[in-house]
Design a protein around this ligand. Structure first.
Ligand code: UT7
Length: 325
C-alpha cells in the first residue's frame, strides 16, 4: 500500500512578463524565445513572497482533496531556496496553514517534486502516515542573472502542491543523480566568515544550456521508458505525460523518442516558462482542473534538473479530487 493523489493546487504570482518586455532588458526578441523554447510569457514575483505562494498552493490542494490541515501527518516542501536558510519552508507552511505534523524540505532542483513523491512513498509503505502534503515551489527570479539573455528568458516563478492519502495508485517511481556542478549551478554567494579563504561567487544561475538540453532529451526518454516498464505497462497504456516544462523542443523530442503521441503531453511552458520544481505539479494541477484527468487514467511524470537529477514515475489517477477550487 502506498499513496493516491487526493487533490492538487497551484500558485503563481500575478505579474505577467512577456517576451517583448524582456526584449527591452536584454538583447533578445519574441521570435527567438518562442521558436527556441516555446515560452511566450512567465510569472514573476513582485508583491508575493515564496511563503505566500507555497501557502496558497497548499490551501488549494487541501481544499481540492477535502483534507484538513489537522489531518496531515507530514509536509514535504521541494524547493531550491526557501524563504530562510532555516527554518525550512516546510516548517513555515506548517505554521501558516495551522498543521501540527512534521515538516521538512528537499532540494533536488527541478526534479524535486518526484523526489518528494518518492520520499512520501517510503512513509506510506512503513505505515507512518495517512495524509501527506507536498508543496513544490521555486522563485528563480531572485537568483537568475537578469543581464544574461541565455538564461533570464527561460525561467518563471510559481509551483504546485498535492495531497496524498493511502492508496495503490503509485505504480512505479525512479530517481537518479549524476553529480555535476559544472553545467548547472547556483552558488550561495554570501559567507559571513572573516576566516574563509575562498572567493565569493555571485549568487546567480550559471548554465551551459546545450549540455543540459542533451542531458534532458535523453533523460526524459530513458526515465519514462524505465518507469513504464517497471509498472508492467507499455507506452500505449499511457493516457497522459506530465513532463517538466523547460523547453517545448525537449518535450517534442521526448515524445518522438518515446513513440507516445505528442497530444498526450500536457504543456503550459508557453505561459509560465521553467518554474523549476514547481513545474510538474503546476502542470498536473492545470490538467486536473481542466478536467483532462479521468478516474483510472495512467499518467507518466518526468523531470530533470541541476544535480544533475532526474525523477520519473507512473501513477493511476484516483479521481478523488473534488471540483476545482
Ligand atoms: O530545468 C532544467 C533547466 N535548463 C534547461 O532545461 C535548459 C536546456 N537547454 C535549452 O533549453 C536550450 O539549450 C536553450 C534554450 C538554453 C538555448 O537554445 P539553443 O538552441 O541551444 O541555442 P544556443 O545556446 O545554441 O544559442 C544559439 C544562438 C547563440 O548565438 P550564436 O552564437 O549562434 O551567434 C546565442 O548567443 O542564440 C543566441 N542566444 C540568444 N539570442 C536571442 C542565446 N540566448 C538568446 C536570447 N535571445 N535570449
Amino acid at each position: 500500500m502506498s499513496f493516491s493523489i487526493l487533490g492538487t493546487g497551484k500558485a503563481v504570482p500575478e505579474y505577467v512578463m512577456t517576451n517583448d518586455e524582456l526584449s527591452g532588458m536584454v538583447e533578445t526578441n519574441d521570435e527567438w524565445i518562442r521558436t527556441r523554447t516555446g515560452i511566450q510569457e512567465r510569472r514573476i514575483c513582485k508583491g508575493e513572497t515564496l511563503t505566500d505562494l507555497t501557502v496558497r498552493a497548499a490551501k488549494e490542494a487541501l481544499q481540492n482533496a477535502g483534507v484538513e490541515p489537522s489531518q496531515l501527518d507530514l509536509i514535504i516542501c521541494s524547493t531550491m531556496r526557501g524563504e530562510n536558510v532555516t527554518p525550512s519552508q516546510g516548517a513555515v507552511i506548517q505554521k501558516e496553514i495551522g498543521a501540527t505534523c512534521a515538516a521538512f524540505d528537499v532540494n533536488a532542483a527541478c526534479s524535486g517534486f518526484i523526489y518528494a513523491l518518492d520520499i512520501a512513498d517510503g512513509y506510506f509503505v512503513r505505515k507512518r502516515v495517512r495524509y501527506v502534503l507536498i508543496v513544490s515551489m521555486d522563485n528563480l527570479s531572485n537568483i537568475i542573472d537578469w543581464k544574461d539573455r541565455s538564461t533570464c528568458v527561460l525561467f518563471g516563478d510559481g509551483g504546485g502542491a498535492v495531497v496524498l492519502g493511502e492508496g495503490d495508485d503509485l505504480l512505479s517511481i525512479d530517481i537518479t543523480t549524476e553529480g555535476n556542478d559544472q553545467v548547472l549551478r547556483i552558488p550561495h554567494g554570501s559567507n559571513s566568515s572573516p576566516f574563509y579563504e575562498h572567493e565569493e561567487e555571485r549568487a546567480v544561475l550559471h548554465m551551459a544550456g546545450n549540455e543540459v538540453y542533451k542531458f534532458a532529451v535523453n533523460a526524459m526518454a530513458t526515465g519514462i521508458k524505465k518507469v513504464i516498464a517497471q509498472a508492467g505497462l507499455t507506452e500505449d497504456d499511457v493516457d497522459h505525460v506530465i513532463p517538466h516544462q523547460a523547453n517545448i523542443r525537449i518535450i517534442n523530442a521526448s515524445a518522438k523518442n518515446l513513440g507516445i503521441p505528442r497530444e498526450k503531453f500536457f504543456c503550459n511552458v508557453n505561459h509560465y516558462g521553467n518554474t523549476s520544481s514547481g513545474s510538474v505539479p503546476l502542470a498536473l494541477d492545470e490538467a486536473n482542473h481542466a478536467g483532462l484527468l479521468k478516474k483510472g487514467d495512467i499518467i507518466a511524470m518526468c523531470a530533470f534538473g541541476a544535480g544533475l537529477t532526474t525523477g520519473s514515475c507512473v501513477i493511476r489517477w484516483s479521481g478523488n479530487a473534488k471540483d476545482p477550487v
